[in-house]
Design a protein around this ligand. Sequence first.
Ligand code: ATP
Ligand code: MN
Length: 460
Amino acid sequence: MIKNLINAPELPKINMVRGWVRTHRQSKSVSFFDLNDGTSIKGLQVVIAPETKGYQEVAAKITTGASVIVLGEMKDSPAKGQRYEFHASEVRLIGESDAENYPLQKKGHTLEFLREHLHLRPRSNTFGAIARIRSRAAFAVHQYFQDRDFYYLTSPIISTSDCEGAGAMFRVTTFDLDKVPLTSDKKVDYSKDFFGEEASLTVSGQLEGEAYATAISKIYTFGPTFRAENSNTTRHLAEFWMIEPEMAFYELKDNQELAQDFVLYLIKDVLKNCDEELRFLQEREWTSNDHIEVLQKVSESKFETVDYTEAIKILEKSKTSFEFPVSWGIDLQSEHERFLTDEHFKGPVTVINYPKEIKAFYMRLNEDEKTVRAMDVLVPRLGEIIGGSQREERFDVLLQKMKAQDLDPNKYSWYLDLRRFGTVPHSGFGLGFERFLMYVTGMQNIRDVIPFPRYPGSAK
Ligand code: ATP
Ligand code: MN
């Protein structure tokens, strides 16, 4: 791969290179092209004499985007700018590129333009870099948990329980939509559908995660998650990836510590292994010009913790006029989160102990009976990247809370079983993988950190 060739400690002994041409400079005495295979920002300089075998015949077709195989050898480069270059003895054009119609020209494109060409944008330096960071971060997720006795759980993608109770789910059905079977009272008859009941794409693997955590102690899921929320924001996707660890015998404090340690580990890993990519994104000005420096500082820091009740007091005392008025009991809006992270704490902060009314039924009720052991990790410029909680392990309390939120206990009897048989305190959280990638890459739109973004009106 070109990344290994250009960074090799010693002159690599190879006789062939292949990839796509970025630029081609022809002259009478010698020609050059910049060959890239997507493994690094910098390409390999290929040097060709006019009489090189195969060159004259195809020279005009070696244009931006064309694919080639070049035979020859690596030599130390006399010029500044690269350590080695590849001297061609034969050039083979593999795939021509219709230069006039190739959407990616040498000049930098806007992200909006590149979003219109989802299949070609990975060939740009920006999206090549993001793809490599994403891959590395995914590896680091597994490494982090595998090194700490967590087992990887693949929770189901098709689900019959709505974990968040939010109702924003994509239905899974094999019904012919023109002829949907109805019951005698004219409701959709799901008993005739493929699964014999209403099924959807999962919004979270948490409930299934709990079944495994209360059996094999510590698990994590890492898979796709689907939400049909019609929120056309720069932070929401209809299909995104979530990492959900779930741990038996963990209380909220342990959960918070794990969340912080995990996020800092991921940041450090990316800083260490994706330096070239991060530098490129910063130089390309997709990020703030101190992005890497800020990440480095955060990676050595501790997250602040604040009680929801205290956070509300901070917001009420602030001189900022918020669009959404602040009072105890509200769900924190993005402007409130930003105030806490960007203005008040000036760094990541974990907000804990939210009012029970605005959080899911499975969160553990506190002694005050007004708040639950929830935690949201908020980061500057972005807001929430993690939502989690200690789970309600007491059978009676859980049943009460389900009824209070109008959930049918019969549908959740398997979930209640986890409290019937050997219940234990347990906790977990969900990190939105793309939210994390936004934070670490500094990209401002979530649609740019996933290869093929799905959002309202678009599933190209
Ligand atoms: P938000 O308030 O930002 O919509 P949420 O409270 O709905 O988030 P949770 O249900 O707690 O989020 O999900 C856990 C994590 O999944 C979030 O902290 C976030 O990182 C991520 N997440 C949630 N919804 C989306 C989405 N639509 N697209 C991308 N990531 C998401
Ligand atoms: Mn949401």
